[in-house]
Structures are given as structure tokens and as C-alpha cells.
Design a protein around this ligand. Structure first.
Ligand code: MF3
Ligand code: CO
Length: 252
């Protein structure tokens, strides 16, 4: 069931997502060779409590498993849901940071991918194209268009660059729950699917592999990696559809 949000609810969702954006901004400054993924997780948690919010992912349950971290840190061939730990970042790594909070009963959710020190030309292009596919998708979030318009624009942007879109994970509605209807795939056909309406709030999150789209699960039961070992990037924004078009709630 899709819940449409009132203007007041969208303002609370905005505040939740601004908290996420501010924390992601701080985490980005911390990313450097030698920093462990657990250090990033601890900083994210500390900043969340300072802002009177709660980490949304900690203790989150999916398919009977409980997520142990507050932050998802996905390095190189890891696509999403990398669990923070003792791993230290290295020069040339590609690191995805995905973070969410609960604030006044509403969820914020956003992610970006960044290079550690100097990255390869291919890695830089992968990140650029993934972010561009997100923004091109967001442009489609106009009343009267359909979800397939967004999905197909994301897919086209990615595939024209020679990369592939992950099928196993999708974006989602967001509000009083982290994952609401509708699912938002990053592949599809124009002019198909659900009609975009004012009051919808959607988390758009393309996951893009440099190689093939197939994924594998690590033994921890959470970390999704590329089946072929290629690099992967992930960008995410929570976006409200208003009568004036898309309102990117997680952008400062
Ligand atoms: N941004 C991710 C998502 O939308 C975060 C979920 S991680 C989890 O699916 F641990 F909370 F599941
Ligand atoms: Co999400």
C-alpha cells in the first residue's frame, strides 16, 4: 500500500533527511587511507545521537536477520549492506556509505560512493555515471509520469556508459517505515508502471556494476558483492513529489 504524505509530513521527512545528509557530509571528510569502517560507523552513531535522532539501520530486520551496524560501508566489489568492522580503507578503494535515521517518527535514507585517495579512471567514471543516473531518474519524478519512466532513464544512462544495473535490490517508498511501497527498480520500460503522484516520497538508489549485474551474498548474510568481482557504486536520495516537481529531501 502506498501512503501519500501531507505537506507537514514532508517537512518532518525533510528534517530527518537533512540530518542524514549532514552526517554523510561529516563522514565524507573522514574517508582516508587507514580509517576503519567501524570508525566511520561509530562517528555516524555519535553524530546521530547528538542530533536527537536514532540510527535507522541498527537492529533492522530483513529476511530474519538483524543488521548489526548503524552505517552500511561497501568497499570495491561490495554493492550494498557492507557491515562495518576492522577493515582499514586503502588508497584507490571505492567506498559506498549508506546511512539512515529516524527523527520524530520518520525515516531519512541516503547514500553516496567516494574514492579513497587516488582512484582509477574507470572507478571515477563508474561513480560519475551512477550519480548522474540518480539525478536523471529524479528528474522524472513529476506528477503524471510513471515509475517506468524513471527506471528506464536510470538503466539507459548506466548501460550507455557500458556499465550494468543491479536487479536484486531496488529503491523504495519511505516514510514512517524505512521500506514502504512501491519498490523502485533501476531498470524497466518507459510509460509503464505506477503513476507518479503528489505526496509520494521515494528513495531512489541505483546500484551500478562496472561488469555484469549479477550479485552474490557474502557469508555474513548481508554484504552483497558483484558475482564477477567488478567494482560497484551506489548513490541514493529520498525525494518527495510536490506540485512543483521533485524535492530532494536528502540534499543540503
Ligand atoms: N539504504 C538501504 C536500503 O534502503 C539501507 C538498508 S540497510 C539495513 O535498503 F540494514 F537497514 F537493512
Ligand atoms: Co534505501
Amino acid at each position: 500500500m502506498i501512503t501519500l504524505k501531507s505537506a507537514r509530513e514532508i517537512e518532518v521527512l525533510r528534517r530527518a533527511n537533512v540530518i542524514v545528509a549532514e552526517i554523510l557530509e561529516e563522514l565524507k571528510k573522514k574517508v582516508a587511507p587507514g580509517v576503519t569502517t567501524l570508525e566511520l560507523d561509530s562517528l555516524a552513531e555519535e553524530l546521530t545521537y547528538k542530533k536527537k535522532a536514532l540510527p535507522a539501520f541498527k537492529g533492522y530486520q530483513m529476511a530474519g536477520r538483524v543488521y548489526p551496524g548503524s552505517l552500511c560501508v561497501s568497499v570495491n566489489d561490495e554493492i550494498v549492506h557492507g557491515i562495518p568492522g576492522e577493515r582499514a580503507l586503502k588508497d584507490g578503494d571505492v567506498v559506498g556509505l549508506d546511512f539512515g535515521v529516524i527523527y520524530e517518527g520518520f525515516y531519512g535514507d541516503s547514500a553516496f560512493t567516494v574514492g579513497v585517495g587516488q582512484v582509477s579512471e574507470e572507478a571515477a567514471r563508474l561513480m560519475r555515471v551512477t550519480e548522474q543516473s540518480l539525478y536523471r531518474g529524479i528528474e522524472q519524478l513529476v506528477e503524471g509520469k510513471r515509475l517506468g519512466d524513471l527506471s528506464s532513464v536510470v538503466q539507459k544512462t548506466v548501460e550507455e556508459a557500458g556499465f550494468s544495473v543491479v536487479r536484486a535490490f531496488v529503491g523504495h517508498g519511505i516514510g514512517k517505515r524505512l521500506h514502504e511501497d512501491p519498490p523502485v527498480p533501476n531498470y524497466g520500460e518507459p510509460d509503464r508502471g505506477l503513476r507518479i503522484r503528489e505526496g509520494m516520497v521515494l528513495a531512489i538508489e541505483p546500484m551500478v556494476n562496472a561488469g555484469g549485474w549479477d550479485v552474490k551474498m557474502k557469508e555474513d548474510g548481508w554484504t552483497a558483492v558483484t558475482a564477477d568481482g567488478s567494482l560497484s557504486a551506489h548513490f541514493e536520495h529520498s525525494v518527495a513529489i510536490t506540485k512543483n516537481g521533485p524535492y530532494v529531501l536528502s540534499k543540503l
